[in-house]
Design a protein around this ligand. Structure first.
Ligand code: ADP
Ligand code: MG
Length: 358
């Protein structure tokens, strides 16, 4: 396809920090970003050329977005698939597209997809009622992690089950809806790969990062991860991208086992928190890469010029902005969220170390 020329408009579904950083990257390449989200006054719409506050499925808003945007993307994987279908029916191009969305929205569909394509995951079983919960407990060794099938993020909607007798209560604790029981991944560390696929099928993959979570929420990413199984990580990312017919940036979360094997934990069909290090350590970061991909531009280089440590600023961490601004080793990124709630991602810092010449 012919690349979208500068001056074109990129629509973004969602008004969070990922949309904000996408909109800024789009603006730098001469595009206008427009935002549709049910939340007013979010981080992305405040840097966008235009925005609509409406439900993702609001027909009038979708019509305006389809008319205004030359391509539509999303910054949030829980956008209803129906919204994407409506946009497509209105003639809009939506990338990465609804297949990726449908797979990533349901943890059972996601793990099933991985296994169908020869990628390893933890053992899992769907839980829909007391009967399937009992069947899952027969198959999956304890301790096991019970998660909602849909809409979980930052470790929300998850509870560990240590004893079979506690399973019913655990299921009630996460709402008693469709769930998945996952075997515990005996990982030595968590890695992720940020990868991109262009509209012409070309692929660009950043080196893996090593992630440390606390209470299910990402604290920091070190990248490139020391002696990571890069070839295997790339093979996994390439498989997922091609099998989904994906266009854009994807985040693939991995568990590294003691024997070096990689299990796929989950995918995020969007730019990803564990790719924020690319903003300061790479010539083309994940946000520009995503804009390039959906606009049909050539993908940019992914080789970092520096090693990086990305630290999230969660809740009141962001109150340290003045100290961080005075720290010459910290590059500060703030999301301009109005309320600093506990556990909320408010910003991040990237700290660079020059890489020794190879
Ligand atoms: N099966 C598992 N075994 C061990 N730890 C897990 C498992 N699933 C998730 N975790 C831990 O919880 C974190 C969040 O879970 P994840 O499935 O990635 O959900 P979210 O959508 O909230 O990011 C993971 O990064 C990992 O640290
Ligand atoms: Mg995750």
């Amino acid at each position: 396809m012919t690349p979208l020329p500068p001056g074109s408009t990129i629509g973004i579904l969602g008004d969070g920090q990922l949309g904000r950083m996408l909109a800024l990257a789009a603006a730098r390449l001469g595009f206008d970003a427009v935002v549709l989200s049910p939340d007013a006054d979010g981080p992305a719409s405040r840097v966008a050329a235009r925005s609509w506050v409406a439900d993702y499925t609001d027909p009038a808003a979708l019509e305006e977005l389809a008319r205004a945007a030359d391509v539509v993307t999303y910054e949030f994987e829980n956008v209803p698939v129906a919204a994407v279908e409506r946009l497509e029916a209105l003639g809009a191009t939506v990338l990465p597209g609804r297949r990726a969305l449908a797979v990533a929205q349901d943890r059972v569909a996601e793990k099933t997809f991985m296994r169908e394509h020869g990628l390893e995951t933890v053992d899992f079983a769907p839980v829909d009622d007391s009967l399937s919960l009992a069947a899952a407990l027969e198959r999956i060794a304890l301790p096991a992690l019970l998660k909602t099938r849909r809409e979980g993020y930052d470790g929300k909607g998850q509870v560990w089950i240590e004893l079979a007798e506690a399973a019913e209560a655990a299921w009630a604790e996460i709402g008693g809806g469709p769930a998945i029981l996952e075997a515990r991944a005996p990982f030595v560390r968590e890695l992720s790969v940020i990868a991109a696929r262009g509209r012409d099928g070309s692929v660009a993959i950043y080196p893996a990062g090593e992630n440390r979570h606390e209470g299910g929420i990402l604290r920091e990413t070190t990248a490139p991860a020391r002696s990571a199984p890069e070839l295997e990580a790339r093979r996994i990312a390439e498989t997922v991208l091609s099998r989904l017919g994906y266009v854009g940036v994807i985040g693939v979360e991995l568990f590294e086992l003691a024997d070096g094997r990689l299990l796929v934990n989950e995918i995020a069909p969007r730019v990803h928190n564990t790719g924020h290090w690319t903003q300061d350590a790479c010539q083309v970061d994940q946000f520009e890469q995503h804009v390039r991909a959906v606009a049909g531009w050539p993908l940019g280089p992914t080789q970092p010029h520096s090693a990086a440590l990305m630290q999230n600023l969660i809740g009141e961490d962001a109150e340290r902005w003045a100290e961080l601004a005075a720290d010459p080793s910290a590059r500060l990124h703030l999301y301009a969220k109005r309320e600093p709630r506990a556990g909320r991602k408010m910003g991040h810092v990237n700290r660079l170390q020059p890489r020794a010449a190879p």
